[in-house]
Design a protein around this ligand. Structure first.
Ligand code: HOZ
Length: 431
């Protein structure tokens, strides 16, 4: 086995660092959690990425979630090409945005009306504003290790890049912006119940990732989502599922379909845009009708509902609806996770695996990770060695122990076999 060549990536990234803070437009991709510098990507095709040095890599990042169909799915490319020929942006209603809204409403149990925005951050930020407007209350509850984008009020004990880089609560966020944010432990219904008994009357919304993807893949414990639902109903609190990562991923209708728990509002991103910059938030019609111009809560955006982005998202969702790759993805991912676990066990490496559908994380942690408390025990040094070992064998993983891996419908049995062989070799070398 020889390490992949990285000369061109290294040279280009050195230039990028002089022009862009840290050389990246989003810190999670800076390789800060594993050391070294990122590969610079030239293109994606199906299950593979190709970097500017010409390396082919089996991709388990999928642009951090959107590419459930793999890169450049022909139906998606054709739809975007057709939209492109009509113009790139109008700042006016189009048929495409209503078509995508209809597909989303049909798919996601909680969504009766939906508003398109341009990112997951915008979706969560706006959903919180609407929940506050609807309830007339200010306080929100989030859970440690969940990441809901970088809006001020939500950047408190946040997961993803913030956790990887050790700044889960960011400087630059005024105290006033987080004074109304209460942070609790994920998967702890008793703590949530006790808290709401004390302050329930002040709380506008509880926001959570129904399966956490941003401290690695952490599933909800049985009963946790149901408890969130019941307690929100009891205290008149708006329950928001942040399904930016899980929407159209863990089931076509998201985690709420998979677990049978319906929130009041849902935020979407990633797959809903098929790889274009799209976020969306939706929910009960009486809550969504708080939004301007029907109601008084203001939210707007020049590129919201952008026709190229709508075409891309619409083609992706139609493909998922009509082909339904979910059962196959589940089997493939379970097979991969079982094999990774067996390889780690054979090498005597303490580990646990979190998996829901085609999202998973191999944790270098002796404990099952159910909340932020256990995730702090991850052996991040061992993860970094694993990451680079896999990279040198042509497998591209998320560059942080605190992120989820994604399997796509483009991954073949052969890709999964190659990944298992690579992992078996790397893990035995880390014993
Ligand atoms: N929030 C994304 C992962 N959890 C990171 C996006 C990026 O860096 O591209």
């Amino acid at each position: 086995m020889t390490a992949i060549s990285r000369e061109k990536s290294l040279a280009h990234f050195a230039k990028a660092q002089k022009l862009i803070p840290g050389g990246v437009n989003s810190p999670a991709r800076a390789f800060g959690g594993v050391g070294g510098s990122p590969l610079v990507i030239d293109r994606g095709e199906g299950a593979y990425l190709y970097d500017i040095d010409g390396n082919q890599l089996i991709d388990f990042v999928g642009s951090w979630g959107p590419h459930i169909l793999g890169h450049q799915h022909p139906a998606v490319i054709a739809a975007v090409e057709a939209a492109l020929k009509k113009g790139t942006s109008f700042g006016a209603p189009t048929v495409l945005e209503t078509e995508l809204a209809q597909v989303v409403v049909d798919a996601v149990p909680s969504i009766e009306k939906v508003r398109m925005v341009s990112s997951g951050t915008e979706a969560t930020m706006s959903a919180i504003r609407v929940a506050r407007g609807f309830t007339g209350r200010d306080r929100i509850i989030k859970f440690a290790g969940c990441y809901h984008g970088h809006a001020d009020s939500l950047l408190v004990q946040a997961g993803s890049g913030a956790l990887t880089l050790g700044v889960p609560s960011s400087p630059g966020v005024p105290k006033g912006c987080t004074a109304d944010t209460t942070v609790l432990d994920y998967n702890n219904p008793q703590q949530l119940s006790d808290t709401l008994d004390k302050i329930g009357g002040e709380v506008a919304a509880i926001i959570l990732e129904p399966v956490v993807g941003n401290m690695g893949c952490v599933p909800p414990e049985p009963g946790f989502l149901e408890a969130c639902r019941d307690l929100c109903t009891k205290h008149g609190v708006v329950l928001i599922f942040d399904e930016v990562m899980t929407g159209f991923r863990v089931a076509y209708g998201g985690a709420q379909e998979r677990f049978g728990v319906t929130p009041d509002m849902t935020t979407l991103g990633k797959i809903v845009g098929g790889g274009m910059p799209v976020g969306a938030y939706g929910g009960r019609a009486d809550i969504m009708d708080m939004i301007s111009p029907v109601g008084p809560v203001y939210q707007a955006g020049t590129l919201s509902g952008n026709p190229l982005a709508m075409a891309c998202g619409l083609a992706t969702l139609k493909q998922l609806r009509d082909e339904s790759p979910y059962a196959k993805l589940e089997v493939l991912t379970m097979h991969l996770c079982d094999a990774l676990s067996r390889a780690a066990q054979a090498a005597g490496i303490e580990h646990s695996v979190g998996q829901v559908g085609s999202m998973f994380t191999l944790f270098f942690n002796p404990e099952r990770v159910v909340s932020f408390t256990q995730s702090e025990k991850n052996d991040t040094e061992r993860f970094a060695k694993y990451f680079w070992g896999m990279m040198d064998r042509g497998v591209y993983l998320p560059c942080s122990q605190f992120e989820a891996n994604f399997v796509s419908a483009a991954h073949s049995d052969e890709d999964i076999k190659k990944t298992i062989d690579a992992a078996t070799e790397v893990l035995s070398s880390l014993a």
